[in-house]
Design a protein around this ligand. Structure first.
Ligand code: GAR
Length: 222
């Protein structure tokens, strides 16, 4: 990865372990990823990733959905909190709540998510078990721009992971997660360098419309 002088201000939203967040933070701290993580925010005060982030010297916050009478009130409060950091990119990294269309439109064209499947296959939960149940030979992960449709926004990059004969959902999830740690930084770097954009609902890379997601197989871009 190359270094540019300008650091893109970002906010990362997590709900749990935060290993994707941690990978992005490590690459930021080694100077390999031109971002400035202004805050890591969670909907769970007990998210392990908050401890990891604050141990790395990154500002953390949490917002409890149960403190709000309505989902829309939580989403509005979260949007306000995120906006207060003036991010140019919002990174969803294992954030396990569905955000309403008002939230999404506030950060339109500047919000990425990582999802553990080869979208459009298996939006939603339990993706690894669903891939095993379907007998898929190849599974993987996708980074996509966020739109109001759940896991339905335009895909930027995918990692393909072969399914092994004796895989369990856990073993498959582990290998997919390793690839997530590879493709999410790539996508964030392309965005930070101004090379990746969403325009009129389409993904553009280097001023060309992307006809199909970028593909990585076994850690390599073909
Ligand atoms: C990752 O596998 C991510 O793709 C998934 O949650 C995990 C978070 O891991 N996200 C979703 O399922 C969102 N629909 P992490 O907290 O260790 O980064």
């Amino acid at each position: 990865m190359t270094v540019t002088d300008r650091k893109l201000p970002v906010v990362i939203l997590i709900s749990g372990t935060g290993s994707n967040m941690c990978r992005l933070a490590e690459l930021m701290q080694t100077g390999e990823l031109p971002i400035e993580i202004r805050a890591v925010i969670s909907d769970r005060a007990d998210a392990k990733g908050l401890v990891t982030a604050s141990g790395m010297g990154i500002k953390t916050e949490s917002l409890n959905p149960k403190a709000f009478a309505q989902r829309s009130e939580f989403d509005a409060a979260l949007a306000k909190k995120v906006s207060s950091y003036e991010p140019e990119l919002v990174i969803l990294a294992g954030f396990m709540r569905i955000l309403d269309s008002q939230f999404v439109s506030r950060f339109t064209d500047r919000m990425l998510n990582i999802h553990p499947s080869l979208l459009p296959r298996y939006p939603g939960l339990h993706t690894h078990q669903r891939a095993l149940d379907a007998g898929d030979e190849v599974h993987g992960a996708s980074v996509h721009f966020v739109t109001p449709e759940l896991d339905g926004g335009p895909v930027v990059i995918q990692a393909r992971v072969p399914v092994l004969k004796d895989d369990s959902a856990e073993s498959l999830a582990e290998r997919v997660l390793q690839q997530e740690h590879h493709i999410y930084p790539l996508a964030v770097q392309l965005f930070a360098e101004g090379r990746l954009r969403l325009r009129s609902g389409k993904v553009w890379l280097d001023d060309r419309e992307l006809n199909a997601p970028l593909q990585v197989m076994n850690g390599k871009t073909p």
